[in-house]
Unconditional design. Structure first.
Length: 678
């Protein structure tokens, strides 16, 4: 899981040309924010615990965390704050989705550490400098998206608006997840170092310095490095990635100075960049990239929560979907697939209409890639049962793994199954489905499956796994990036283990385009968690950071090591249990598809017929709806009306198989209801 490290006041930060070390401070107190919605001003004594505004005369650390108060903190116009006077006093935060709005002045001694480990754009932590606000460090740095005190990827944005100024006598860190937008006539100055940490493989694609009307100043001699940042897609002008045309880089004798070419007048036309994915499943979302041309600068980013220009300079963009039952678009241009079909997407800004439109098709994009039935009784080669797959995709029995003609038994010592390298290459979303029986207890930290790689020290890196019995007594589906991968994991966690389950149906879905990973047990959703997704950066996929716009494909990198019953960490044991069937899909199985597979059982598949008829009857106060198991359509939906006003939503109730029919039993109601399959 993503874990917040203990904040100890010892440690070192290696930086370009400088090493910063924190020694234990002799602080008298820590100040914790607990302000309320009624009054969220920093300068109110009652907004702090212990009571009292953080003082410039007391050694102290300041914690900006919404755990006990409002998630907005404001330093009002004219207010001057300078908390802490000791050598190592630090502002930790704003944390976990808190926004710090500065209209006045904030001076601090050491680091400003905003952090958030949830990649959803609306949940980021923000530092906003407004009007003529000033933020100054008299010590070292601002850490935007810091990965030193916090593991995982802290998703943080710092916005400078309308003549505001940030200046650092020390340095600045732009780590994975960090965004800096220098808008209007604002100024961001770093006179020490700029730490562009590259430890995480996803770093460049999740961070950006956007210079859009304001000025960014790095230390003198950084001109060559700034050019490299542009090539990497980190430094952007007007939100444009990997584009050096409009960057103006000069040296004033003290700093390397970055500005953008003048726009040269009013906006002339608007248009969309291509969609990340044109054929998606329900629940998928993506950022529409709306660009605009000015007289001197083309391709300015106009869409997203962090556009290339300050939102006040752009105006309000109106997005339209031709079919809101298929796709809906929010005010920032995030389009979400909500139902099957096709929708045409357009945009309007003032008197300008997008010169092109986009078509999004929503349907069932899930395809069975590989299936292992373990029906052999001899030999070590396990056939891939998907018709047309070559023997190159067959699996291999290793060590103390045995076959009995219907399942493979893993002894928990030397037995496991080796899957071919590259088995998930090019896959954007992945579903793993299996039926298995597990010992009681399962070996702690054993893996049911693991896809990815290892480093030279015996640690897993860049992987997806399922751990049925963790050291914490849970079951976890993991998505790990980096070396080792557990330094930046996103985990869906069931609060108990899978110990002792027999003939259990297990499904794990990794769906970055919908921003989640999930575990189903016996047809029911058991755990779900936010997953690293393509909205961590609106234009990350325009450049070379991710291959084919696939987070999974980029992370796994060709998945050279793939196992059933074996871990990517050398210290972990193998699995003790048996597997009846193991399936790998490209795309996400829906909740209805998972329920149907559970009802059907192993070695049976959802049908292919779309020519089916629903039947319904009243039985004992319940409405029982049935349809044949030959159906390719397994999602039962209902609407209180037909026609243009119909609103079709999935129907609850347990799906069972009775004879040759699916069956759902619902409480009878006097209200009208219409049913169909999709």
């Amino acid at each position: 899981m993503i874990k917040k490290l203990l904040m100890q006041k010892t440690g070192c930060l290696a930086a370009t040309g400088l090493a910063l070390c924190l020694a234990p401070a002799l602080s008298a107190q820590d100040s914790h924010w607990n302000g309320t919605v009624a009054n969220n001003n920093w300068n109110v004594a009652g907004n702090w615990t212990p009571t009292g505004v953080p003082s410039s005369t007391v050694d102290a650390n300041v914690w900006l965390d919404a755990a006990n108060g409002d998630n907005v903190i404001t330093i009002p116009t004219g207010d001057v704050e300078a908390p802490g006077s000791g050598t190592y006093d630090t502002i930790f935060g704003p944390e976990w989705g808190v926004t710090l709005n500065v209209y006045g002045s904030l001076t601090y001694k050491w680091f400003l550490f905003p952090v958030q480990n949830n990649p959803a754009p609306g949940l980021r932590s923000y530092v906003n400098l407004h009007d003529h606000a000033t933020v100054t460090t008299s010590g070292a740095a601002v850490g935007i998206g810091d990965s030193w005190f916090y593991t995982g990827a802290p998703y943080v944005t710092m916005n400078l608006y309308s003549n505001s100024v940030y200046s650092s006598l020390g340095g600045a860190g732009l780590w994975l997840g960090g965004h800096l937008n220098v808008y209007d006539n604002s100024l961001f100055v770093v006179d020490g170092y700029v730490n562009m940490d590259t430890a995480g493989p996803q770093s460049d694609g999740t961070r950006s310095i956007n210079v859009a009307g304001g000025t960014f100043k790095a230390p003198e001699g950084f001109s060559a490095a700034l050019g490299g940042w542009i090539t990497r897609g980190v430094l952007r002008i007007y939100g444009k990635g990997e584009d050096t045309t409009d960057a103006v880089i000069t040296d004033d004798g003290t700093n390397a100075v970055v500005t953008g070419a003048p726009l040269g007048g009013a906006l002339e036309q608007i248009y969309f960049s291509p969609l990340l994915a044109t054929n998606v499943s329900v629940g998928s979302f993506q950022q529409l990239v709306l660009d605009g041309d000015y007289p001197n600068v083309t391709g300015v980013l106009l869409s997203s929560a962090e556009p290339g220009l300050a939102p006040s300079a752009i105006g309000h963009v109106t997005y339209t979907s031709s079919n809101p039952n298929v796709a809906v678009i929010d005010t920032n241009g995030v389009v979400t697939a909500v139902g099957a079909g096709s929708a045409t997407l357009t945009a309007k800004l003032g008197s300008l209409t997008s010169t092109n439109s986009l078509v999004l098709t929503v349907g069932n994009t899930t395809t069975l890639l590989h299936e292992y039935k373990f029906s052999e009784t001899t030999g070590t080669d396990l056939a891939d049962s998907v018709p047309g797959n070559s023997p190159a995709w067959d699996a291999t029995l290793i060590g103390g793994a045995t076959l009995n003609g219907s399942q493979v038994t893993l002894d928990g010592s030397t037995g496991y199954i080796q899957l071919p390298a590259g088995i998930l290459s090019g896959v954007d979303e992945v579903t793993i489905e299996l039926w298995g029986t597990f010992r009681n207890p399962i070996n702690t930290w054993a893996n049911i499956f693991a896809f990815g790689n290892t480093d030279g020290a015996g640690n897993g890196e860049n992987y997806i796994t399922l751990q049925p019995h963790t050291g914490g007594g849970t079951c976890a589906a993991t998505f790990g990036q980096g070396d080792p991968g557990n330094g930046a994991e996103w985990n869906a966690v069931i609060g108990s283990t899978l110990d002792g389950l027999t003939e259990a149906h297990i499904v794990v879905v990794y769906h970055p385009l919908a921003g989640y990973e999930a575990i189903y047990t016996n047809g029911v959703l058991a755990a779900q968690n936010t997953l690293f997704n393509n909205l961590t950066d609106p234009v990350a996929f325009a450049g070379p950071t991710y291959n084919s716009a696939s987070i999974i494909n980029y992370t796994l990198g060709g998945d050279p090591l793939n196992y059933i019953g074996h871990s990517l960490y050398n210290a972990d044991p193998t699995l003790n249990g048996s597997i009846d069937e193991f399936r790998i899909y490209s795309g996400p199985l829906s909740a209805a598809q998972v329920a149907a597979d559970h009802a059907l059982g192993p070695n049976q598949f959802i049908g292919t017929s779309t020519n089916v008829t629903l039947a319904a009857k009243l039985t004992g106060g319940n409405l029982v709806v049935t349809w044949p198991t030959s159906s390719a359509l397994v999602t039962l939906v209902s609407s209180p009306r037909l026609g243009t006003g119909a609103v079709w939503t999935p129907v609850g109730g347990t799906l069972t198989v009775v004879g040759a029919n699916y069956q759902v039993s619902l409480p009878a109601s006097s209200a009208a209801a219409f049913f169909r399959l999709q």
